[in-house]
Ligand binder design. Structure first.
Ligand code: FAD
Length: 530
């Protein structure tokens, strides 16, 4: 674009001893780094408002971890909850968050709950974007909670409607991580979210989206971020100039063992659910080089992980049976806890909990894990790899996993007593609405407490996984990246797991990772628009 503005920038650049203006390969208004739900919401907000927008994605497909996700979106008090007849509101959501998070980051909490309905309203104006309510309980018993939840999800996207875009969306974990064949199926959950956002972006005619283009550096002029440098698929350097701003939404540090170790983040890259090689903290490091402050780098959206035969972790969720024991053979948590609280209980237990074992029986017709494993491996593959073992008695099972047989026997016996009485006297499993939500209806004193009684018995190795880390650069209510003295770095914005989460060390409910990523990306672009 030829404009006076461009010429002026050219002069400044020359004065700085930089290269000439021809060095800009692309000129646009907004550059977005990454292509998850937050990134694409920001990009769509920009493009739909008439801004030329460039999205740069490091891997071969769009969507990141967001594609893998269930795409529950904690975007409370919107028209979608109203359509579903829910008694949800911004006030209730505010009450709930404040009860959990206290006054820390009150302005960002407020920005989140008051903007969420506007994000949904804006997105739903596009014919490609449509959401519906999905029952999924909030994760804490606190004022303002909704027992059946308040999250929304994108409506499924039929393969035909997705068209060519389907091939650009990162496949589901079972395909992408577990290597199973790629069915030509309806895009659901996270893939529907990414597919729909790509279609909407395409419809604006203002977006240039590139895969295999890794951003390596942020470019500045007079203390303002004015663009990025990236390496494309052919190894060429690409310089992209952004007149309005650069939005970093490039995930967290989950894929970097080096950064995890440097910041004391529990777990490890191999167990994390981030796509292999994707989220290695590149943009957090680039922003820190410019003086960005960071917070919460030891935090993640934790979860238990079923150890898969290849040593990776699979998100374990919706537990409906079995008990978890550590190396001592003792239970140490309510197995029905929401997954982040489950992960944090594993961390609190320390070394003896890594790995832990889910002990389960054959009451579901064989070695069927009484929980969802995303992705899953067959029982046969688990047995062959030794990640699951079986035995006819609990004592034999204990020997196979190297746990004291008498202790494990006593643990199971005590739990079976609780199952019979319908009350878990040790960890209150089955008392919270979340605990029973994923359990099938069954004739038991407490549906969350099925006994472990039908041999053979099985033990699955459980490690500490995460759905991404949640520490990163510090941002304000408009997602502007802040320095240690609290001043914004002009032209630089961050959202999603590249930024330090507004929810600190708490995971309030289903869809907070994506809900916050989308809301703060939307706010970032509105701030750029001014
Ligand atoms: P991502 O979505 O991972 O996107 C980051 C992108 O940036 C990646 O594509 C990466 O390749 C790219 N990138 C990284 N570095 C660079 C670079 N240098 N240059 C260019 N691109 C780069 N959350 C919810 O809110 N609701 C749910 O229902 C939910 N369910 C989940 C289910 C599963 C199975 C999993 C695994 C996660 C789930 N989560 C859910 C968590 C959520 O998906 C993630 O925390 C969230 O999507 C992270 O978003 P992000 O934008 O920060 O990162």
């Amino acid at each position: 674009r030829a404009s006076g503005h461009t010429v002026r920038l050219h002069e400044t650049y020359e004065q700085l001893g930089g290269k000439s203006m021809q060095d800009w390969d692309i000129r646009c208004d907004v550059v977005v780094v990454g292509s998850g739900g937050g990134a694409l919401t920001g990009a769509y907000t920009a493009a739909a408002n008439g801004l030329d927008t460039v999205v740069l994605e490091k891997t071969a497909v769009f969507g990141g971890t967001s594609s893998y996700s269930g795409a529950s979106l904690w975007l409370p008090g919107s028209a979608v909850q109203e359509r579903a007849g829910l008694d949800d509101s911004t006030d209730m959501a505010r009450t709930y968050l404040r009860a959990l998070l206290g006054d820390a980051e009150a302005d960002r909490q407020e920005a989140y709950v008051t903007t969420a309905p506007a994000v949904v309203e804006f997105l739903e104006r596009d014919p490609h974007l449509e959401f519906e309510y999905q029952p999924f309980p909030d994760y804490f018993d606190a004022p303002g909670r909704m027992d059946a939840g308040r999250s929304i999800i994108p409506v499924d996207l039929p393969s035909v409607a997705a068209g060519e875009v389907r091939k650009l969306v990162r496949p589901a974990p079972i395909v992408d991580r577990a290597g199973q064949p790629h069915p030509d199926e309806t895009l659901i959950a996270g893939r529907a979210l990414i597919g729909r956002l790509l279609l909407a972006l395409q419809g604006t005619g203002r977006a240039d989206l590139r895969t295999r283009t890794a951003v390596t550096r942020l470019l500045t002029e007079n203390d303002r971020v004015v663009g990025v440098e990236a390496t494309d698929a052919d190894g060429r350097t690409l310089r992209v100039r952004a007149e309005r701003g650069v939005l970093l939404a490039a995930g967290g540090i989950e894929g970097s063992d080096e950064m995890r170790a440097a910041h004391g983040t529990p777990g490890k890259a191999q167990w994390s659910m981030g796509p292999a090689g994707a989220n290695t903290g590149d943009m957090i490091r680039a922003a820190v080089e410019l003086g960005a402050d960071t917070a919460l780098l030891d935090q993640a959206w934790f979860c238990p992980g079923v150890e898969l035969p290849d040593g990776s972790g699979a998100f374990m969720v919706c537990v409906r049976g079995g008990i978890l024991v550590d190396a001592s053979g003792n239970r140490y948590l309510n197995e029905s806890l929401p997954y982040d609280r489950f992960g944090r209980a594993m961390i609190a237990r320390g070394e003896s909990a890594l790995p832990s074992y889910l002990i389960f029986d054959s009451s579901e017709g064989g070695p069927v894990l009484p929980a969802m494993s995303i992705p899953e491996a067959s029982a046969g593959d688990h047995f062959a790899a030794g990640t699951w073992v079986s035995a006819d008695t609990i004592e034999e099972l204990a020997d196979k996993i190297g746990v004291d047989a008498a202790t494990l026997g006593a643990t199971v016996e005590r739990f079976n007593g609780f199952a019979e009485g319908g009350v878990d006297e040790d960890f209150a499993r089955g008392e919270d609405p979340y605990d029973t939500f994923f359990c099938p209806p069954r004739e038991l004193p407490n549906v969350a407490l099925p006994p472990i009684a039908t041999g053979p018995f099985h033990a699955a190795r459980i490690v500490l996984s995460d759905l991404g880390t949640k520490g990163g650069v510090r941002t304000d209510a408009d997602a502007r990246v802040l320095t240690a003295d609290g001043n914004p770095i002009e032209g630089l914005y961050a959202a999603g797991n590249t930024s330090a989460s507004v929810s600190g060390s708490i995971y309030p409910g289903p869809g907070v990772p994506l809900g916050t990523a989308m809301t703060f990306s939307y706010r970032a672009v509105h701030h750029m628009i001014g």
